[in-house]
Design a protein around this ligand. Structure first.
Ligand code: E4P
Length: 217
């Protein structure tokens, strides 16, 4: 499973990128707002750092305007994936932009039917939002499983990009189901390294090393 980082914070992306953990980046207007930076400027900086797809989201709601924004965003760098919402106009924009050879990430997906439409419209990525479904006491992972089954039934190339990930558990669940990509905040990716038994075991080893006077360099 590929890892995308869900943030527009340059330092956080750089830290994970240096570790080889970054296959791409996703942003959205809320994350851009949080960064306090200009969208074109910060997105360019991310694209210069990361070689994989960098999603930048349109803010228009009508297809023609989304297409114009998508083309402008795509001028930033070759690795831009234009992010459009899963509305009827978003699907129209997806079809035009993907026919032009651009990567398109269709976002705000909450049902298998929406995912089916995005694949038909030529989406490169479909972004089902796990956490926001969980917030409604629904099971976001069920949606990932349904989309996986449907895409496999018909051999759609659209990649399932599990989004709105809130926990390390979401990452392993998405990987088990077969999401192609998961996008998570940097803190969640770092959390994946943690285990209470690792901490406990290490504390004991360090104590014993001290008692034995072990010194390596
Ligand atoms: C990514 O593409 C999405 O915009 C993001 O994962 C949404 O996450 P949230 O539901 O935690 O805001």
């Amino acid at each position: 499973m590929k890892f995308f980082v869900d943030t527009a914070e340059i330092d956080a992306i750089a830290e994970l990128n240096d570790l080889g953990m970054v296959d791409g980046v996703t942003t959205n207007p809320s994350l851009i707002m949080k960064s306090g930076r200009d969208i074109l400027e910060v997105t360019k900086e991310i694209c210069d750092m990361v070689s994989g797809p960098v999603s930048a989201e349109v803010v228009a709601t009508e297809a023609d305007a989304m297409i114009a924004e998508g083309r402008k965003l795509a001028e930033i760098a070759e690795n831009i994936a234009v992010k459009v919402p899963l509305t009827w106009d978003g699907l129209k924009a997806c079809k035009v932009l993907s026919d032009e050879g651009r990567m398109v990430n269709v976002t705000l997906c909450f049902s298998a039917n929406q995912a089916l439409l995005a694949a038909k419209a030529g989406a490169t990525f479909i972004s089902p939002f796990i956490g926001r479904l969980d917030d409604l006491n629904l099971d976001g992972m069920d949606l990932i499983a349904d989309i996986r089954e449907i895409y496999d039934n018909y051999g759609f190339d659209t990649q399932i990009l599990a989004a709105s990930i809130r926990s390390a558990n979401h990452m392993s669940e998405a990987a088990k189901i077969g999401a192609d990509v998961a996008t998570a905040p940097p803190g969640v990716i770092k959390k994946m390294a943690e285990h209470v038994l690792t901490d406990k075991g290490l504390a004991q080893f360090l104590k014993d090393a001290e008692s034995a006077g072990i010194k390596i360099v």
